[in-house]
Write a protein that binds this ligand. Structure first.
Ligand SMILES: Nc1ncnc2c1ncn2[C@@H]1O[C@H](COP(=O)(O)OP(=O)(O)OP(=O)(O)O)[C@@H](O)[C@H]1O
Length: 836
């Protein structure tokens, strides 16, 4: 009762009112609620307004942040979104060096690398500061956990008191105890609900923090382009000898497989595991401390020592029986990712598979991947049988037996002292009834001690069990932590395009070109072959991990084009790049766009102005790739990509032409579509704001024309067109080329079509004989054939002489057309004379 008296009625009242408010037992009238919503969340929007908002998606704020526009119950909702500051992303890099965690001992719970990884993810990303909302939630969560433990002790005591009053046949005491019991139930249940709620909220917040952080890293703009360059082969250092799994997980090229699985499922599992783990460790630990201190009062020193002995034995037994849950969880996540990636691929390439009628083959592939997953999950289940049996046996039975022993100990001790007392005969003044009353009281008190201790012991067993589960959870968390850490550290390890090279982008905005560049297929390898130096230890985390990796030619033979030099000033002409398939034409575009670094990029360090491996990359350029990308969104989004609707509005452009049709300035999206002969699309597809799977809806040629529409919308100074009109008819292709030139766009075309040559002034031919040779020539007008600018010997030159001869022949024939027409008229005249 002493414990209960400490709880003031005012606390109960406060909790009760809070509980009622939270559970919304009192509901306010609907009209009244609507009025409150109108006042706080703004007026209801019309259908047109809703459509506009859905199209706009977000507005840009002055401070660079964005406000997401969403609708809820037909009202506008604004959600401010702040990107992770670039300085924070950069300063955190030192906390994520590349190394393989969880190595050597699979069950090593306190493996320093795991602790480092967990600390980095937790305190650098999930809880960025102690003033963050997450920290506040943890504080409130901790408060409820403490309240819960205190309430458990109170309940155990009350339990004992109720039974004691029952044994005493004290009706008033029993009813009073019952009243307290009901009163205690309110804060107890509320506390339980709040603990669960706060845990879920915390998990969600962790997930959001991590997701945003990883998005900011992964979808980094040029020059990092991590979403692209990660796929080129800068993965975690899989060469750490102890980490077989990491090795398996990275394919031969060193990329991380199934990044989507890491960013979606793994982030979610990690957030849930971490938030759950806090409660699962904190609560039972508190229980253990508090219950043990409560119990030790009645158990005495020997009993308490026995209790600790039981804890120790339990930990030893279960540790020995615990399998490597972390590893198993990580492998399961990887296999899940494989299966998910397989399904995703089929979804994307459905039509291609259907043309081949490849369903059966795809089924085989997917079944194989699924079987591997199921085999693993099954084996985990089997491994768990032995573990869970041991756990159950130890926690339920050994602990219960130890509990009985511990409870019996003080009771039997009291009994033996009572027997000593009873052996002494009662004094003559003592009546029989007094002695029987004293015996009843003793039994009642013993029952109270027994019931309270038993409840505390049961709670203790429960706490012990949960701690053991928490141990298993930590092991599983280690697996997901390893995967997430691998992802974040690999993202940090991705080197920016030509990082550290002074040459890139300093060409101003007017020149595009290459100076003595060796083009190669990039292959990322550690600077050193010594595996120990690649897998850093957490202590070495201060070193910049990104400097450990460089792009190096995988072998000399992988050089596609050697010592390539050319440049083009905006408006000074147009270049065509040609050569046979696989010779490296697109590779040249990749180097120009900064996706691939030149093989000899580092060599220009000491080259006083003479650019070796130098890329002249203007800011205003657009590359239109072979495969047209169609983003999710409206028809308008297809034209303006990668601009958003907000950017489109900012540029002051309109969808439909302004003013009369005669005074069109070509600035409207309608005009742009007309120029690529897609003017019919808005009407056909149901308007500009129609959302469809455009990849499937548009034909191959239409997609390519749409890609050209993007060029006309953005009007870059330079456009690299990589066989992006191969499915377009030659007349439309020609007109699009003419229009691009009329907009002042300097073209670099990669194509095998000789007919396109007429739109260019220079031609770069990659010979494709394995030597990396090339020729660059002017395309002459009229009779003059090409003029070599820089020439290397090879067969490519002959090909170009052939093309130019053909052009010269065609042009000669065109000149003769007038003569033929004159002759035709003469013949017509002669025939008419003969008829007369
Ligand atoms: N990411 C990559 N990983 C490995 N090899 C690659 C990669 N990208 C391209 N290659 C190789 O580089 C070579 C040149 O490719 P590129 O795409 O530049 O050829 P191309 O001349 O444009 O060919 P095509 O005319 O067929 O489009 C090819 O042999 C190709 O297999």
């Amino acid at each position: 009762m002493a414990v209960l008296s400490k709880l003031r009625p005012s606390l109960f009242q406060i909790i009760f009112v809070l509980l009622i408010l939270r559970s919304r037992i009192i509901t306010l009238p609907r009209d009244f609620l609507e009025r409150i919503r109108d006042a706080t969340a703004g007026k209801r929007l019309s259908a047109a307004e809703l459509t506009t908002i859905l199209q706009q998606i977000y507005v840009k704020e002055r401070d660079g942040s964005k406000t997401l526009l969403t609708t809820y119950r037909n009202r506008l909702r604004k959600i401010p979104i702040h990107d992770t500051p670039a300085e924070l992303l950069a300063s955190n890099a030192k906390y994520f060096p590349l190394y393989s965690i969880g190595s050597k001992k699979s069950k090593a719970l306190l493996d320093p690398t795991f602790i480092h990884a967990l600390r980095s993810l937790l305190f650098r990303i999930a809880i960025p500061s102690w003033k963050s909302k997450e920290a506040l939630i943890i504080a409130i969560h901790s408060f409820f956990l403490v309240v819960r433990t205190v309430l458990s002790v109170v309940v155990a005591r009350l339990d004992g008191i109720i039974v004691r009053d029952l044994v005493r046949a004290d009706a008033r005491g029993f009813l009073r105890g019952l009243a307290f019991w009901f009163a205690l139930a309110i804060p107890s249940t509320y506390t339980n609900v709040m603990i669960k709620h706060l845990q879920s909220t915390l998990a969600l917040r962790f997930r959001t923090r991590l997701t945003r952080y990883i998005h900011d890293l992964y979808l980094s703009p040029y020059p990092n382009l991590r979403y692209y360059r990660l796929g080129l082969g800068v993965g975690a250092s899989a060469s750490d000898q102890g980490n077989e799994k990491a090795k398996r997980e990275q394919d031969a090229s060193g990329t991380i497989e199934g990044v989507d699985q890491y960013i979606t499922a793994d982030v979610e599992s990690w957030a849930e595991a971490v938030s759950g783990l806090y409660g699962n460790i904190m609560k039972p630990s508190l229980d253990l401390i508090l219950f043990t201190s409560q119990l030790s009062r009645s158990l005495g020193l020997r009993g308490t020592l026995l209790l600790f002995g039981t804890y120790y034995a339990t930990v030893r037994i279960l540790k020995a029986a615990t399998p490597a849950f972390g590893k198993l969880a990580a492998i399961e996540a990887k296999l899940e990712g494989d299966y998910r990636a397989g399904m995703g691929r089929l979804g994307r390439e459905g039509e291609e598979v259907a043309f081949y009628d490849g369903g059966a083959r795809e089924k085989d592939i997917l079944t194989g991947v699924y079987k591997a997953l199921i085999r693993h999950v099954n084996s985990v289940y089997k491994i768990r049988i032995a573990y869970e049996w041991t756990e159950d046996y130890v926690i339920k039975y050994i602990w219960s037996a130890a509990g009985y022993g511990l409870i019996a100990f003080p009771l039997l001790r009291r009994r033996s002292s009572a027997e000593v007392d009873s052996n002494m005969s009662p004094s003559p003044g003592q009546s029989q009834s007094t002695s029987s009353n004293g015996g009843n009281e003793a039994i009642a008190l013993r029952t109270e001690t027994y019931i309270s201790n038993r409840r505390l012991l049961l709670s203790l067993a429960d706490a012990g069990g949960r701690l053991m589960y928490a141990y298993k959870d930590v092991l599983e968390l280690a697996g997901v932590t390893e995967r997430l850490y691998t992802l974040v550290s690999s993202l940090y390890a991705v080197r920016a395009a030509s990082a550290g090279l002074p040459s890139l982008s300093d060409s101003g905005d007017d020149i595009i070109g290459l100076e003595h560049v060796d083009v190669h297929v990039p292959s990322h390898r550690p600077l050193t072959d010594d595996p120990q130096s690649q897998a850093q230890s957490p202590g070495e985390s201060d070193t910049d991990s990104s400097s450990s990796f460089v792009q190096v030619p995988s072998s000399q033979s992988s050089i596609l084009v050697r010592d390539l030099s050319f440049w083009l000033r905006a408006g000074s002409g147009h270049l065509m790049i040609t050569g046979s398939n696989g010779v490296g034409k697109t590779a040249v575009a990749r180097v120009l766009a900064g996706l691939w670094d030149p093989a000899n990029a580092k060599a220009n360090e000491n080259h006083n102005g003479i650019g070796i491996g130098k890329v002249l990359r203007p800011r205003s350029m657009l590359v239109v790739p072979q495969r047209v990308y169609m983003p999710v969104g409206t028809l308008l989004d297809q034209v303006i990509y990668p601009d958003s609707y907000a950017d489109f509005l900012e540029k002051g452009m309109s969808i439909e032409p302004q003013g009369s049709s005669g005074s069109r300035n070509g600035n409207s999206i309608r005009d742009i579509l007309e120029n690529v002969f897609l003017g019919y699309l808005p009407e056909r597809e149901g308007g500009w704001s129609t959302r469809k799977e455009w990849r499937d809806v548009l034909s191959g040629g239409e997609k390519q024309r749409m890609a050209m529409a993007r060029v006309f919308y953005h009007r870059p100074k330079f456009a690299i067109l990589d066989e992006c009109t191969s499915a377009v008819s030659s007349d439309v292709e020609g007109r699009m080329y003419e229009h691009a030139k009329s907009l002042g766009i300097t073209l670099i075309t990669i194509s095998l079509r000789p007919s396109l040559m007429r739109y260019h002034t220079q031609v770069l031919n990659l010979t494709g004989d394995g030597s990396g040779r090339w020729t660059l020539a002017h395309i002459g007008q009229g009779d003059s054939v090409m003029t070599p600018l820089a020439e290397a010997e090879g067969e490519g030159g002959e090909l170009w002489l052939g093309f130019n001869k053909e052009i010269a022949t065609l042009e000669r024939k065109l000149k003769e057309v007038d003569g033929w027409e004159r002759r035709l008229k003469e013949l017509d005249g002669l025939l008419k004379v003969q008829d007369l």
